[in-house]
Design a protein around this ligand. Sequence first.
Ligand code: ADP
Ligand code: ZN
Length: 728
Amino acid sequence: MPHFAHGDLIAVQTTQPLDRTLDYRAPEGGCATGDFVEVPLGPRKVLGVVWGPGEGGYDLAKVRAAYRVLDVPPMREEMQVFLARAAEYTLTPMPAMLRLATRVPGLGQDVSLRRVYTRGAADPDRMTDARTRVLAVLDEYQGLSFTLSELAEMAGVTTSVVKGLVKQGAVYEREAPRDTPYPRLDPDLPGKPLAKDQGQAAQAMVQAVQSGDYGTTMLRGVTGSGKTEVYLEAVAACLAKGRQALVLLPEIALTAEFLHRVEVRFGARPAEWHHGVTQTERRRCWKMVATGGAQLVVGARSSLFLPFRDLGLVVVDEEHDTSYKQEDGVLYSARDMAVLRASICSAQVVLASATPSLETWANVEAGKYNALTLTSRFGDRAMPKMDAIDMRDEELPGGRWVSPSLQAQMQDRLDKGEQSLLFLNRRGYAPVTICRACGEMVACPHCDARMVEHRFLKRLICHQCGETKPVPPECPSCKVEGKMAAVGPGVERMAEEAAALFPDARVEVLSSDMYASSRALQARIEAIAAGAADIVVGTQLVAKGHNFPLLTLVGVIDADLGLQGSDLRAAERTFQLMRQVAGRAGRADKPGAAVLQTFQPEHPVIKAILSGDEEGFWKAEAEQRRAAGVPPYGRMAGIVLSSPDVQAVFDLGNRLARADAPLRRIGADLYGPAPAPIARIRGRHRVRLLIKAEKSAPLQAAVTEWLASVRWKGDIRLSVDIDPQSFY
Ligand code: ADP
Ligand code: ZN
């Protein structure tokens, strides 16, 4: 690490939106590459990291000095490399990247520091009895620091005596972190005895972790096949080697159950990192990850940017889950960034899923990733039996969605005291509110989106921008009263229907918007798992890994829902979601069943879901994508321009389209500009361009050159999404 003496020129990367590092002079005491520093920028103090030596080449007299080095562990070189490469890949400016790595409360302001007191170098001008006692305590406990009240109490003096000594330099006052290491996890505690295929998979992973090299492994196995038990063995091997491990989960509500499993396996709880933990805990986690006081972190995608001292293993559980793609701010895929990060720090990656993404399959096929498969459910529990209910044959009155066939099966479960799940991936009461007099639909004033009625909250909500308003008693357009009607089903409405069909059943809705906090949601999930409901109505939230041992029937209200729309991953998503939801049934000793209500039982995707022929499905899907040259067999980038001014945004789109020479040079095709599928969000008109290139094409370089060739003024935002997952 180059060390810079006081006054040396240093380059500092700040979190401010600037397209380069800034030069400063090293502060008093000097600094080193990687140090977190506070520097002046105009009239402000901002946070930065010493990135290397200053570049010079300008008026050196104007270079200002950095204020100070922050009392936090410096950024490791490997993190600098990771951020730089992630920035390059995602075409994200470095300051935004650095913000991801410094999203920790109090890094700059030292807010949650406490003042501690140690023996200073100077002697007091005059000794008093009280002062002598203070210094005696400090001499006796040399090397330990005290808070003000602790020290005063031990010396039997008032705090003003201590403060007097501080002024004289006889006692040294400084800020020290409150944060304490996490309890040690014991990797030597025995795990569960593993089944044969589990044991083989675990052994392969343990060996990979022990090698100390980089590698990525897809761990595939149906829900309940014991993947978690297997990768916990890899975690154990990693901890035993003295390295740190990270487990990414797609949903905060899953952490409680997982923390518990870790505690059972390793004797203590790991560190947690997601937006549901307190500021103080986040800070503690960040620091302890950096100093080695945290061996294992369980977290959301942003935990990839924690300052691990020695990361040896990253597990991405439910790796296919779309929530791993960050959809605003910095657009990155946590799965891909996990692989990048691991390759830089010689760590292993485990991508676990019952239904891996096609990207991961393709990487296995290409020999880049290893593959391990668990073939059966643990203890030979059968996968649920899957059937379609052909909705064309069912008699259903308007405004009702539970077919008589499904109803009969639910009744059967009720009679046996077992649980049923009605799955519908639509929050709220009804997706559309329409005036029966004039046909007007209630739309969001800021977005090109309908407002969704949430009866539980007694409001209409825009799922794009969050705008809410009460359900109007009269039509906003024709002013006729009492004609506003809900059209189509949402989970709340399904719950109403279930309650009407089964008046004695306990019906419960599980949807993220119905709980004030993730803790409340977790608590409710645990209660339901323990039997607090007979019928659960849920969104995709319930598809993600929760254990409901009493659940033996899953009814998918609308299996066709995800197949509409033009998303290139529509088939993949539907397949994954349906298999995942079905996997909720029959986890304990009772066999489960899953039924799909569909109007197109002969659709190839529906047939693949029902037959469970996963390999067949992926092969067919892969062939189609290969033929179309789309991901994972081709590359894409999405560009969204947005502005309050619709003309300006189309003009820029057209200018970009005309300037496509750098894209053509790499053989890429440019589509658009076209109105984005959601053409207006928060009052901004949205226009999209789509780039398609061959897999080996240098896409980022070409896009950078292309965008740099066009300038614009005014309030137009441009976002680049490399490997887009959604096309809204
Ligand atoms: P997955 O992660 O594949 O969904 P889990 O690891 O959660 O599967 O395992 C499903 C259930 O089976 C869990 O309740 C788990 O505790 C149990 N289980 C898995 N493997 C074993 C084992 N070897 N011995 C005992 N119980 C196991
Ligand atoms: Zn809106």
